[in-house]
Design a protein around this ligand. Sequence first.
Ligand SMILES: [Zn+2]
Length: 662
Amino acid sequence: MLEILPKFSELKTQTLEETLNTLIKSAKTEIEKAIPQKDLGLLQTIEDKQEMINRYFAPISALNAGKSSPELSAVYQHCLTTLSHFGTELLHHRDLFEALASIDENTLNETEKACLAYHLRDFKLEGVNLDQGTQARLKVINERLATLCHQFEENVRLSTEAFCLHIESKEKLSGLPASSLALCAEFAKQQGKPGYCVSLDFPIYYAIMQFADNRELRKTLYDAYSTRASNLSAHKDHDNGSLMIEILNLRQEMARLLGFKDYPEYSLKTKMAKDADEVLSFLTRLCKAVKPKAQEELETLKVFAKKHGLETLEAHDIPYYAEKLKQSRFSFSSEEVRQYFPAQKVVKGVFKTVGRLFALDFQAVEHADCMDESVTLYEVKSLSSETLAFLYVDLYTRQGKRQGAWMAECHNRHVFSDGSLQKPVAFLNCNFNPASNKTPALLTHDDITTLFHELGHCLHHLLTEVNLASVSGINNVAWDAVELPSQFLENWAWDFTVLTELAEHIETGESLPQTLFEKMQAAKHFNNGLFLARQLEFACFDFNLHLQQSIKTEADIQAVLDDARASIAVVKPPETNRFQNSFSHIFAGGYAAAYYSYLWAEALSADAFSLFEESDLFNKTLSQRYRKTILAQGAVKPMSELLKAYLQRETKPEALLKAYGL
Ligand SMILES: [Zn+2]
């Protein structure tokens, strides 16, 4: 079984491109040969060939993300371009599209039908079935959009970097924690100035907003931050105003050329939400429930601020007084919690917890060929000792590893045309602090939650029972539902019994005290109404903005934002606030007409978890049903159907509120 796994020690940068090119060439030839078949054979050939490329390239991507070098990175970029060209070429292959479209569906089983449908959808989203003139226009639009989105992001960056406030005396920065002061001192040093410099870089900006006693300073920073990349910024040459207008209009034009009513209809083609009405009613329902809670929290904050001598609480005062109120209510530090969680004990406990939940056994493989000696390969077995999958677990930061935590596929579960079954393999990556000379690696509670989260993604990939790569595991799962299994599993990181099994104080050997856990829970729910109100404001703004058929001026954009604020915001920002000009998620990232996805996926996972909450966290019937109806199914059926089969009822967005303690 192990021989099918990638051999990291044998990966040679020099031959990567050549091997990839050979695989692509063979894929092209075989697919071309299969076109006249116009049956399952053609679909199977595409799936086989794409998976062969994927399983070759996935470990290279993993290495580039986990332990990169300048040589590898350069070759990797080339390979990405080659792969992207290959993908585009396939999706613009009209004969291939027509051959696939003529496959008789009655000859296919459910999995094959779903697989074919995704392929055809992707061809259509590229406009393969349109006339040449339209295709040419689409190409121009796509290229222009890529440039504009890149420019948008650049303007945000340049506008952020253009701000620098020099402060000589430490007194003016009173309230700031030592670590933030050090950042400001370091920044001053870079600028060749004595004392401190304050920037709009998020860690510094947010530390000022939360901790700086100097109200004037907070206002200055707030104003600079909230006018970035706008004509109200002190640096007007990075204004995103006209870019936003052009981006929005081009997106609408593209959607219409592809046969959609508007951009949201296009965006929802790859989502679980079926239409704009469903998204809007989801958001409206949440707005109604959240607004009174947010209002209450704001009132509490106002009273607290007044007690501390502040007459009127403004937007630039909120993080500061919220932090003070939080400190006065629950005083504990993440450092304190961390002393209870040695990484080794936690990892063992997490696998035991998940094993108990889904009847699995995670066994570390000795002497596995991994990219680094700190990586562990696990064999994932059923309780009857059948090998189901493999998982690489890479927990710690290291030179050449990208930031954050993520899951990546290595092999997709797939049955090739010769009948051989390839079992799924995944990579789980985190960036925890490694052990030092003095102490073993210790995890914060955030780290533990992250570990459960990423493991949730991995299980979705590893416990699939689907036999065609592009619909197995996480592949082609609706974009707004991908975070369901990960957020779902996070809940086990918030169970006291589970945590006590992971805990062992580094000095005293004690388990986690209940009182500390209760403080952690209370802090988790602190000001969640205000947080959700803000997320809803962003989501409503994004979705309604993309519903507009024509945006002519910046005032049109502002009007949509003002509407969103009128319906949900409890904190009224000043007139000068130009948040939209730096809203990269929707103008430069992948969240256009999709910002709602954050809340959507959270609502789904909260709803899925509510069944366990109502019974018990290790209810075997429930966990088996969850595994069979959701984790095993890949993208063969729409997530709405899978969820209904698991819940045995319709979904309830309000489950989200309970999860937030509201
Ligand atoms: Zn995730």
